[in-house]
Design a protein around this ligand. Structure first.
Ligand code: NAD
Ligand code: MG
Length: 390
């Protein structure tokens, strides 16, 4: 980039979370190249206040007036305006001044702002996989119509993108190999799984992440959500995707070609690598990630996933095959059951059991609109919440 080019204006939604903070870490290395237009935070106002001080965004978005007052007590930055509510998330995702949007809110709560960025033709750096799971058809449509640039930030999808010419799967691709660490309970028996605690579940062996995705990694729901995400991003069906357990998380995913070649992307398990790739694409920039050292300490091993001990992977495959609103139903149920597990209301193996029950008990419809999906999401949440109470 020439020094005369104006900086890329970035909105970071979910800035106070794990991905949001890693994004700010990369951006801080390039003050002339990237400028923070807006940040959002849902609960950690102290972190948001520190980031306002460090990055002087034009806007920050908080969920309600209580948080606004809390934030005002913590910051005196006159150049930053505080906006309140969900609509403001979509506004800062689609503002004309904005070039790129990091969608790093957790859960279906990120859908509207991801869609707004896509409709407005932004460079959409998508970490919020639940957006694609819930509304893949609508989001991909919006991207196609507006000419938005969709950059996968999820490490596996970023890896697949890097292993494909121009991110396209129409050139001799046989399958996609989606790698999974297997999570902290990879070797646990069903009996042991029934008794694991939230503390054990959020202590991922390789990655430091938010609590929800950490539990999803432990149940393999994360891999299931990622399988659905990969289907939408790369125009695949579940049959085109092989899930491979690779406990070291060094290979971030692979593409198998018809000529026998398998291309992988490797790196230390650090989200700053895919974030930097997405931010600067097609250029490469320093991300702060550690170098991989090719010494005898680097061991790569592989295994098959166990869909009996980890039924959430199978549920996600089923949901994608069923199509329509099935993935949205499964995602909504899972958001409720994961929260219930984290609050010690249900055991670990109940997550998959209730998710399956909600999916089985729900009518699956053809996807028509965001309003319909909101309704489907709410109904599935109610069914899951009722099952948690039993
Ligand atoms: P996190 O819990 O650390 O952060 C979530 C962010 O979303 C926070 O800023 C929080 O304030 C905000 N938020 C929470 N609920 C909200 C709501 N209802 N409305 C608006 N904002 C809300 O989560 P994370 O680990 O950073 O993950 C963020 C997203 O990125 C998830 O979709 C996750 O699956 C995906 N992802 C994360 C990683 C990772 O390494 N952390 C890797 C790949 C993909
Ligand atoms: Mg991932």
């Amino acid at each position: 980039m020439s020094s005369l080019a104006s900086p890329v204006q970035v909105s970071i939604l979910g800035a106070t979370g794990s991905i949001g903070q890693s994004t700010l870490d990369v951006i801080a290395r390039y003050p002339d190249r990237f400028q923070v237009f807006a940040l959002s935070g849902h609960s950690n106002m102290a972190q948001l206040a520190r980031d306002i001080k460090a990055f002087s965004p034009r806007f920050v978005v908080v969920p309600n007036n209580e948080r606004r007052l809390e934030l005002q007590r913590l910051t005196d930055a006159a150049e930053t305006e505080i906006l309140v509510g969900e609509q403001a998330l979509s506004d800062v995702a689609s503002a004309p001044e904005v070039d790129a949007v990091m969608a790093s809110i957790v859960g279906a709560a990120g859908l509207d702002s991801s869609l707004s960025a896509a409709k407005a033709g932004k460079k959409l750096l998508l970490a919020n996989k639940e957006s694609l799971v819930v509304a893949g058809a609508l989001l991909m449509d919006a991207v196609a119509h507006s000419g938005a640039q969709l950059m996968p930030i999820d490490s596996e999808h970023n890896a697949i993108f890097q292993c494909l010419p121009n991110g396209q799967t129409n050139q001799g691709v046989e399958s996609v190999l989606l790698t999974a660490s297997g999570g902290p309970f990879r070797e646990f028996s069903l009996e042991q799984l029934a008794h694991v605690t939230p503390e054990q579940a959020v202590a991922h062996p390789n990655w430091s992440m938010g609590r929800k995705i950490s539990v999803d990694s432990a149940t393999l729901m994360n891999k299931g959500l990622e399988l659905i995400e990969a289907c939408w991003l790369f125009d695949l069906t579940p049959a085109d995707i092989e899930v491979v357990v690779h406990p070291q998380s060094v290979i971030h995913s692979m593409v198998r070609y018809v000529d026998g070649s398998v291309i992988s992307q490797m790196g230390a398990p650090d989200m700053r690598t895919p974030i930097a790739y997405g931010l600067a694409y097609p250029e490469r920039i320093v991300s702060g990630s550690d170098r991989l050292q090719f010494t005898s300490a680097l061991q790569l091993s592989f295994d098959q996933p166990d869909r009996v001990r980890f039924p959430c992977l199978r549920l996600a495959e089923d949901a994608m095959r069923l199509g329509g609103t099935a993935p949205a139903i499964l995602n909504a149920a899972n958001e409720i059951t994961v929260a219930a597990f984290l609050n010690r209301r249900i055991g670990f193996t109940e997550i998959a059991r209730i998710n399956e029950q909600v999916l089985t008990d729900s009518n699956i419809e053809t996807v028509e609109s965001v309003e319909q999906l909101r309704d489907v999401d709410q109904r599935a949440r109610q069914l899951a919440a009722a099952a948690v109470e039993v």
